[in-house]
Design a protein around this ligand. Structure first.
Ligand SMILES: Cc1ncc(COP(=O)(O)O)c(C=O)c1O
Length: 376
């Protein structure tokens, strides 16, 4: 008998919302025109592209002309980091980020280091939070950009973005946040956060893979990553995909309503409480107890190996906090930066819940975990 399939990996990717798929369908079937053309076949695509831009802008509380469509979160992050570096390198070469960023921030930073950038990677505490005082101390007259993720993909910890952005601005430094994980889960208004640049990724918010956006505050110019014709107001060359933009736009319209997160948070809390009841101090939480995404539950089964647990939880899609490198199991850089002890961190499993998660599914996973761990 095959095990019931249960998807608890929404931080890795979300399914496409049926309303998003329905909005995209006419652009698969009929509206193939190039949005930049001047004839009838372009009109619908062009109008839809701009409507979608408005929907993304409405979610972030900004103007439409502050949204640049990209191929996803990675490209948005690359455009923010490299775009600022290439534009402001005469002013300074120092970038500040954190040790727990997604590789889509860490790797562009490493690349820019090879081109002469100096990058400070701020440490985090045991819950994955940075200390804004560390940021204050790190800023120098050569600092051109601070990039701190709003919420971490592995442990869900949410950073004090408002304080950090304010601090950067006090020193005349631009502030970027990677909001790939936070959009649609917690408020992400760019003016409330006080950020200059913000990245989003479609496939984390019930839109398709291969689309994202970067918010670029009016007045900030960025050297493009992709040079070519003048698409996206000269900020990202390449014929725009109305199909994908419409998907992201609709997803952002749906994400406006954070009320469904209350149900997801309640389910997540039920999950954690049940784990505690079953396993007591054999299970610990990774991440901040309150400053945390409402859908994320990263737990360590102490003394166990997360990957082995997941292997035995047949049919359950979730992630581990460790990776196997050349036959050795290593803690993820995020858990390492949080100074999680290896015997705890090796047992980490990330469960991330979403719109279609049910209480039944959670209860099934708890029962199966109890069976698995009773036999080890
Ligand atoms: C925090 C964060 N930033 C960026 C990305 C990359 O986004 P994309 O897969 O759309 O390139 C991800 C995806 O896992 C993420 O979790």
């Amino acid at each position: 008998m095959t095990a019931q399939r249960i998807y608890l990996d929404y931080n890795a990717s979300t399914p496409i919302d049926p309303a998003v798929a329905a909005a995209m369908k006419p652009f698969l079937d009929d509206h193939y025109g190039n949005p930049s053309s001047g004839h009838w076949a372009a009109a619908t695509a062009k109008a839809a592209l701009e409507t979608a831009r408005g929907q993304v802008a409405a979610l972030l509380g900004c103007q439409s002309d502050e949204i640049v469509f990209t191929s996803g979160g990675s490209e948005a992050n690359n455009l923010a980091l490299k775009g600022v570096f290439f534009t402001l390198r005469d002013k300074g070469n120092h970038i500040i980020t954190t040790q727990i960023e997604h590789p889509a921030i860490i790797e562009p930073c490493r690349f820019l280091e090879r081109l002469g950038a100096r990058v400070t990677y701020l440490p985090v505490d045991g819950t994955g939070r940075i200390d804004p005082d560390d940021l204050r101390r790190a800023i120098t007259p050569r600092t051109i950009l601070v990039s701190i993720m709003q919420a971490n993909n592995e442990v869900g910890t949410v950073q004090p973005i408002e304080d950090c952005a304010w601090m950067a601005h006090e020193h005349g430094v631009l502030f970027h946040t990677d909001a790939a994980q936070s959009v649609g889960k917690i408020p992400t208004g760019v003016n409330e956060l006080g950020v200059d640049l913000l990245s989003i990724a479609g496939h984390k918010v019930y839109a398709p893979k291969g689309v994202g956006a970067l918010f670029v505050r009016r007045g900030i110019s960025l050297e493009p990553l992709i040079h070519g014709a003048g698409h996206e107001s000269g900020r990202r060359a390449g014929t725009e995909s109305a199909l994908l933009a419409v998907g992201l736009g609709k997803a952002c319209e749906l994400a406006h309503d954070l009320a469904p997160m209350d149900r997801i948070r309640a389910l997540r809390d039920h999950f954690w409480q049940s784990l505690q009841k079953k396993f007591g101090n054999r299970v610990t939480i990774n991440g901040h107890p309150t400053h945390r995404l409402p859908n994320s539950l990263n737990v360590s089964f102490v003394g166990q190996i997360g990957a082995e647990i997941l292997e035995r939880l047949e049919g359950v899609a979730a992630s581990t906090g460790s990776a196997c490198h050349s036959g050795r199991i290593e803690l993820s850089p995020v858990l390492k930066a949080m100074s999680i002890a290896p015997e705890v961190g090796m047992g980490a499993v990330r469960f991330s819940l979403g719109r279609t998660t049910t209480r039944d599914e959670i209860d099934t996973v708890i029962e199966r975990l109890a069976n698995i761990l009773a036999t080890v």
